[in-house]
Write a protein that binds this ligand. Structure first.
Ligand code: A2P
Length: 273
């Protein structure tokens, strides 16, 4: 399916498959291992994990056991949001790469601008310190690209004003009704790829009647329309599922939403609140 093999190109020329398999909230062990194997069998070539998910070892084992050449699979992991100093960042990267055991990673992200127990707190200096380690890891070839997650415009501005390498990607919470227009426009203007996590609002979109009405016209599911919407907005979707049939369904999005349907989905902005 082209949606699985098509790629976005990062500002440094590295290509990244347009749909990634999200593993947030999938427990380590058989659940993660089996879901990642299923996703790879279904043709996914991009897996998104994080140190904080606790499932890197199972992701790595699934990728190795798949027999698919390592260079055909794009692997993202993340430095924990709580880590805001250089030594912590180096240590976190070593632990992630040891757990994954896949060699260099393809994309390494700062998980959030602040620790999860202090959302919104000021860690500008810490993020700069961590980013300088990211730049070293990038220059050394330990990761093929570097980026951030959950960064808003102010966070990006203070980071990029004090550092050299512009983030290649920003992974943010992005779905119909919650499209973060300011951050998205800012990133697109600067060739920072926007990746969308929770493209189904962690499942809450599935009962949405407005999306269901559009989906019916195309003979597609609410999940498929919701994921397709991201692609048409040049945002990389990271759908998560542990159900084999849904893993396949979520990548079967080779159809085109007409402009009036995209506009109808745009009009649902704010519906998540
Ligand atoms: P499950 O993992 O049990 O299959 P998000 O990608 O926004 O985080 O949403 C993930 C949630 O949506 C999970 O609870 C997942 O359930 C569910 N889900 C994923 N894909 C589908 C689908 N195609 N149809 C229905 N539910 C889905």
């Amino acid at each position: 399916m082209p949606a699985l093999t098509d790629t976005f190109t990062l500002s440094n020329g590295v290509t990244i498959p347009k749909i990634g398999f999200g593993t947030w909230q999938i427990p380590d062990g058989p659940e993660t291992y089996d879901s990642v194997r299923t996703a790879l069998d279904a043709g996914y070539r991009h897996i998104d994990t994080a140190r904080a998910y606790g499932n890197e070892a199972s992701v790595g084992r699934a990728v190795r056991d798949s027999g698919i050449p390592r260079d055909e699979i794009f692997i993202t992991t993340k430095c924990p949001a709580e880590v805001k100093d250089a030594a912590g960042a180096r240590n976190a990267f070593e632990r992630s790469t040891a757990a994954l055991d896949l060699g260099p990673v393809d994309l390494y992200l700062i998980h959030a601008p602040w620790p999860w127990n202090a959302i919104g707190s000021d860690h500008r200096a810490g993020n700069i310190e961590v980013w300088k380690v990211f730049e070293e890891l990038y220059e050394a070839g330990s990761t093929r690209s570097i980026g951030v997650s959950n960064f808003e415009v102010d966070d990006l501005e203070s980071l990029t004003a004090a550092t050299t390498v512009l983030p290649h990607a920003n992974q943010i919470r992005w779905f119909v009704g919650n499209t973060q227009p300011e951050t998205t426009a800012y990133c697109h203007e600067r060739d920072i790829l926007v990746e969308g996590y929770s493209p189904l609002a962690t499942g809450r979109l599935l009962g949405n009647q407005d999306i269901a009405a559009i989906a019916e016209k195309y003979g597609k599911s609410v999940a498929q329309v919701s994921i397709r919407y991201l692609l048409q907005k040049n945002v990389l979707p990271l759908p998560k599922s542990t159900t084999p049939s849904r893993i396949v369904e979520n990548a079967d999005v080779d159809f085109e939403l007409a402009p009036e349907d995209v506009a109808a989905l745009d009009a649902l902005e704010g519906g998540d609140r």
